[in-house]
Design a protein around this ligand. Sequence first.
Ligand SMILES: Cc1cc2nc3c(=O)[nH]c(=O)nc-3n(C[C@H](O)[C@H](O)[C@H](O)COP(=O)(O)OP(=O)(O)OC[C@H]3O[C@@H](n4cnc5c(N)ncnc54)[C@H](O)[C@@H]3O)c2cc1C
Length: 685
Amino acid sequence: MKVTIVGGGPAGLYLAILLRKADPGVQVSVLERNAPDATFGWGVVFSEETLGALRDADHETHLAITDTFARWDRVDIRYGGRVLTSRGHSFSAIARKRLLEILQERCLALGADLRFHQEVGSVPEDADLVVGADGVNSLVRRAYEPDFRTRIAPEGCKYAWFGTPLVFDAFTFVFRETEHGLFQVHAYPFDERTSTFIVECREDTWRRAGLDECDEDESLAFCERLFARDLEGRELLSNRSLWTSFPKVTNATWHRDRVVLLGDAAHTAHFSIGSGTKLAMEDSIALRDALVARSWDVDAALVHYELARRPVVERTQEAASESAGFFTRVAAYAGAEPIQFAFNLLTRSGRITHASLTVRDPGFTRSLDAWFSGARAGVAPPPVFAPFRLRGLELRNRIVARAENEAASGAALVLSGFVAVSAGGRISPETPTIDDWTPAQRPVLLQLGHAGRRGACLPRSVGVDLPLPDGWELVSASPLPYGPYSAVPTELDAPGLAAVREEFVAAAQRAGELGVDILELDFAHGYLIGSFLSPLTNRRRDEYGRERLRYPLEVLDAVRAAWDGPLAVRLSVTDWARGGLAVDDGVAIARALAEHGCDLVHTVAGQTVHDDRPEYRRGFLTGLGDRVRAEARVPTLLGGHLTTLDDVNTAVGAGRADLCILDLPSSAVEADAVPPSVERQAVST
Ligand SMILES: Cc1cc2nc3c(=O)[nH]c(=O)nc-3n(C[C@H](O)[C@H](O)[C@H](O)COP(=O)(O)OP(=O)(O)OC[C@H]3O[C@@H](n4cnc5c(N)ncnc54)[C@H](O)[C@@H]3O)c2cc1C
């Protein structure tokens, strides 16, 4: 068996070690364009988890790596003139150069053939297996790009990766406001003499600061001046430390015939979660495992490798994208209380939560809880149990539940489910109208809507958006049917617009008589008012098409005038569809709604058109709610399959939401024991 590996970075070298170790009969060559001691960048961080995997895969490398580690357990966050410290995190780092030396030595000891100064110009053909471990600009990947279906998109801020002789004693984040905008630093030690010092900022800030026109020395001098206090007078070190954008690489598949991609060639994860090297080396372990498990049958092993690795990599890429997004948006959190800012930062990628941070650093969450609940000292309830006030209404906690869910009995607020403003606005014949609805529980949030072109359907229990054989006439912003089987709606004319607006007003007045606590208008999910907002569903040529917000705001204004209690709007912040509303549009709409008296935005996404591309997963709405709350500066109600109090504590504590819909799983853990006589019968039959 002959394996040729293109690229002698962490992925390629580690794979060579593992293959030689698994079977010394396998010939392994590594072709690397650079000299053995040439490297970009400075130090890389590893978590405890990664170290466990490395220990099991090759004890000798693990020992050599951990021997030279810089270790620390603190994260320091320098923000708003304060330093916030969180402990218990357990990081280790190593110089990239040292890591490569260790891997090269071990490769040689195991008899791998390392060839430096070998610029590979085309995919080698004389091997049973060719591995593209040639990094983010992979030649191997580019050679078969249409097969791999590669996507590369810039992610996060502009950044420059420096070193410094100042040895930080914690993973240190610095946030520094300038007249050009906010700059951030991610700094950590990686040996006894040096630290990594990554400076980043948004592209507009970078241009305003003139960094697009600076050469390497000028930009280094700029960063040294800006962070002189944090550098304690030390210099920054450059190693081709040019400003660049992080490329997020994804591929629909990672193998083609006998060629496979590994590490950054296959996928990248934004550096702000420090996982690129870990992912690269774990890929090597997975490929070795697959080859051994499939008895070196390359075709079967490559499928095995990809099936095993892809879900893990995709989860890490999602977390990395959340983290990159946090740092591009971080200016929107300026003004947040330092403890909440720090908690938001620590929980940004979804991998640390209120509960897991409490295990690592109970003092930190105690301090957050105390600040959140306004307690001065002692024991404070976690954020989920802090009361919330909205226009004079006080809710006793942050939990909102659907009436039928178990959480409803402990929730501060119960959702009514869709209630139509009129019979013509129902989704199906089962949908209640405001005239035949009464609140079953209090406090209640009445979800008032008009189904528009999604109306006149069979009950949802039968299927979604299946039209009734003999339905009623539908109306919408434009005469476009919702799904392939839906009826064509009539475009609302001026009298129709006025009539629907009056139906909303009349329903709001009725809600007042019924003692509703919060009134919510449904501007989401492709129902009538939502279909005015999206360019995909509003093709009108009149003023309601030229200004798509016009009619929704007219309805909101009219209801606001008739209802002086708390008023919410349910809004699809993005259509999740090409040509539809993007998150920036959704945030701008939320801002306009708040200016027109909306007190709470219930953040949802998609369903504007039937063929959208949803991104469902646990907590899929949290990032969207966060953006609406921070950028439109309006309280948010958040759903998205939050199933634990920890989810709520994390979202509310970090300032990503004010209220959360809790989808509690059933708590039925006990059942009657089967009587012994029945058990005996079952065995004998
Ligand atoms: C600013 C920044 C900070 C980072 N911080 C961290 C961190 O803290 N922790 C972490 O785990 N990761 C970090 N990373 C990511 C990490 O550097 C990469 O994910 C990791 O190096 C990937 O390893 P690899 O072996 O796949 O690719 P690489 O390390 O890029 O190695 C690829 C090798 O292939 C060689 N090569 C390329 N093309 C050819 C060719 N045609 N012929 C011959 N040789 C070729 C290159 O010279 C190189 O040696 C960071 C990245 C950045 C940009």
